[in-house]
Design a protein around this ligand. Structure first.
Ligand code: SF4
Ligand code: SF4
Length: 178
């Protein structure tokens, strides 16, 4: 008898929930008419940003490529006359990318960044391969202040070793020998 009673309570509770929702306004959002704003840290389209001086941030160190679990980043490094490195070409295969963000975590210069823009699917999978000219943007992205070469521990066109922001003078290794 108690089983029948419990079943009736469960049935009444289920119908009660249904009845309650009959009088609620639907919360359907019509896409693409309405595009829900996403947080800035959402992980979708990848860009290559510039530093505050307008220079390419990427120094073609290959760290993002090494960190990528699906091996969808490739590039070729080269150097300018002033010694500054950059990628002569840089390619991301978005058809393989799983938008994990590990490339962004690995990047020492804040060059590679994921953005909330998720609207870039293609019918032709080959069009999902993005070259440097498709990736490089004219702004600093999420990191408007950072300029790697002002903090760099190497001699650059801007300053020598130990003269960059928050940089200590190089240590004479012989002075710390036991
Ligand atoms: S988001 Fe992840 S999968 Fe996509 S390129 Fe970066 S590391 Fe590779
Ligand atoms: S995007 Fe960043 S991690 Fe990748 S090669 Fe350029 S500087 Fe290195």
């Amino acid at each position: 008898m108690s089983d029948v009673f419990e079943a009736l309570i469960a049935l009444a509770s289920g119908f009660g929930t249904t009845f309650k929702h009959l009088f609620r306004r639907p919360i359907t959002e019509s896409y693409p008419e309405y595009k829900r704003p996403l947080p800035a840290r959402s992980r979708a389209r990848i860009i290559l940003t510039r530093d505050p001086d307008g220079e390419e941030r990427c120094v073609a160190c290959y760290l993002c490529s090494a960190a990528c679990p699906v091996s969808c980043i490739s590039m070729q490094s080269t150097e300018r006359e002033d010694g500054r490195r950059y990628a002569i070409w840089f390619r991301i295969n978005f058809a393989r990318c799983i938008y994990c963000g590990l490339c962004e975590e690995a990047c020492p210069t804040s060059a590679i960044q994921l953005t909330p823009d998720y609207e870039f699917c293609e019918r032709d999978i080959l069009k999902m391969v993005a070259e440097k000219e498709n990736l490089l943007v004219a702004h600093c992205g999420k990191d408007p202040e950072y300029n790697f070469y002002r903090y760099a521990g190497i001699t650059t066109a801007g300053a020598g070793k130990g003269q960059h922001i928050k940089e200590s003078n190089p240590v004479d290794v012989k002075s710390i020998l036991p």
